[in-house]
Structure formats: C-alpha cells, structure tokens
Design a protein around this ligand. Structure first.
Ligand code: NAP
Length: 245
C-alpha cells in the first residue's frame, strides 16, 4: 500500500505529483524548494541502474545503489558525491520509497522470492527486458502471454509497478538526457495514479519527458514491440500510442 510510505514523504510526493503536474513544472518546483526529493533504491547498479540512478543523483535525489557485492560500487558512488550511497539489495529496499529495478529479467523471480514482502507498498520502476538467450524461453513466453508489465507486477504483489527506461539503449539515455530543444520521450506504463505521477517526475528529473499508458500496454514498448527502440518526442510518442494530444 502506498500509505505504508512514511506519511511525510508520501504527502510530499503526492503534492508534487498532483499539484505540479497540473502546473507543468514538477521538477523545477522540487528543485527550487530544495525539498520533496525522492529516496531511490537501485537494484542492479550496472549500465542502466548506474546511468539512470546517476541522473537522479545529479537532479538532487538521494540514491542508494545496490549490488550483491556493494564494495564494487565505490567508484560509481564516489564519482557521484554524497547523495549516492552503496549497499546491499536489502539496504536498497529499506532506503527507497521508489525502487529502480535494472537487472536481467531472469533475476526478477529470484529477487521476488528472496525479498518479495519488502516490495509491498513501494513504487517499483522496472527497466528490465526479457530475452531468450539471457533469461530463458519460459520466462520470455510468460512475459509475452501476460505482458511484461503485468508479469513483473505478478512477482511483486502489493507493489506499484511502472515500466520505464527499458525501451532504448543506455547510450541514448546518456546522450539525450536534458538535451536542448524538445525532450526525448520515455514511454512508461503503470496503473497506480500516484506511482505514475512519481515516475513522471523522475523521468523529467532524469532529463526526459514521460508518456504514460496502462500497465497492460507495456508490451508495446517491450523488446519486439512496435515502439521499442524508437527515439521520439512526447508528441510523436502520444500519436504512436493513439493518445489525445
Ligand atoms: N544496457 C542497456 O542498454 C539497457 C537498456 C534498457 C534496458 N535494459 C535492461 O535493464 C536491465 C539491466 O541491464 P544492464 O545493461 O544495466 O545490465 P548490467 O550492466 O549487467 O547490470 C545488471 C546488474 O544486475 C545485477 N544483478 C544480476 N542478477 C541479480 C540478482 N539475482 N539480484 C540482484 N542483482 C542482480 C548485477 O549486480 P551485481 O552483480 O553487482 O549484484 C548487475 O550489476 C536488463 O533487464 C536489460 O535488459 C538494458
């Protein structure tokens, strides 16, 4: 349940999400007030976790990067400064109001088995793609049958899953974050209104613009889907999704 998040933080997140979204100036309000930062736990601090987590640190969010070997994250966290910490997966789950999941998809069932109850009430941003070679035929079949967003949600009952940052290679995220002109759009998919608002804030703070659809539509921008790998502006992406402009 979202209400399990510490009341103070939840209120802040809700206020930024609902109020500032309407104002269209969500991250600027957060930055200008120096408050309302979101505590983020990253599970899987490799290429995607390290890159997107690093963009959030630069936007002022405290981030705990986790690894099964946290001592190996020293150069990442040292390079990002005091808002970046390293720890275990358990530490990330204790720390984060939002969990960013950036692991090979085959690790999802294992992480759910080991830590499942600790995900309850969290907003979980899921960037994981499922590929046969790496993750196995059975799991990929499951993601295709159920849709990858609903598959992730089925492993973490009680969590508010939002698919995000899965549809482009890491080099695009590195190159296009905070670009001049129109922002690069990031497709996101989720069913919980507040979680989608928070994800929208975090996409913007990372330097992009979110376009949201329900969780069941995550397959459209999963690997092999029509929107996967497409570099688009928000207007173009809304049109691809058939959303009103
Ligand atoms: N790279 C890209 O361009 C890209 C773009 C979009 C989406 N993705 C997706 O994002 C996910 C991560 O990709 P990546 O390229 O960042 O991979 P990566 O560089 O190999 O990093 C993955 C991290 O996952 C962690 N991990 C693996 N198994 C784990 C387990 N059982 N429990 C906890 N942590 C585990 C590893 O951390 P430790 O070994 O340190 O514990 C590793 O650092 C994948 O699903 C990928 O398909 C990747």
């Amino acid at each position: 349940m979202i209400d399990d998040i510490a009341g103070h933080s939840r209120r802040n997140l809700f206020r930024i999400g609902a109020g500032a979204l309407l104002a269209g100036a969500l991250p600027r309000i957060a930055a200008a007030q120096g408050a309302d930062k979101v505590k983020i736990g990253v599970i899987g601090s490799g290429k995607i976790g390290g890159t997107i987590g690093g963009l959030w640190v630069k936007a002022g969010h405290p981030v705990l990067f986790s690894s099964r070997h946290p001592e190996e994250l020293k150069s990442l966290t040292d390079g990002l400064g005091p808002l970046a910490k390293a720890g275990t997966v358990e530490d990330a789950l204790a720390f984060g109001e939002v969990i960013f999941l950036a692991v090979p998809y085959k690790a999802v069932p294992q992480i759910a088995k080991d830590y499942g109850p600790k995900f309850a009430g969290k907003i979980v941003l899921d960037a994981d793609n499922a590929t046969v070679n790496r993750d196995g035929e059975e799991l990929v079949k499951e993601t295709k049958e159920k849709g990858i967003g609903l598959t992730t949600a089925s492993y973490f009952p009680g969590a508010h899953v939002v698919r995000a940052f899965n549809s482009m290679g890491v080099s695009y995220f590195q190159k296009e974050a905070h670009r001049t002109g129109e922002a690069m759009a990031i497709p996101i998919a989720g069913d919980d209104k507040h979680a989608v608002e928070v994800a929208t804030l975090l996409v913007k703070d990372a330097g992009f613009e979110a376009v949201a659809v329900p969780l069941a539509r995550a397959q459209e921008f999963a690997q092999g889907g029509p929107i996967y790998g497409q570099q688009l502006t928000a207007k173009e992406l809304r049109a691809k999704f058939g959303l009103m402009q």
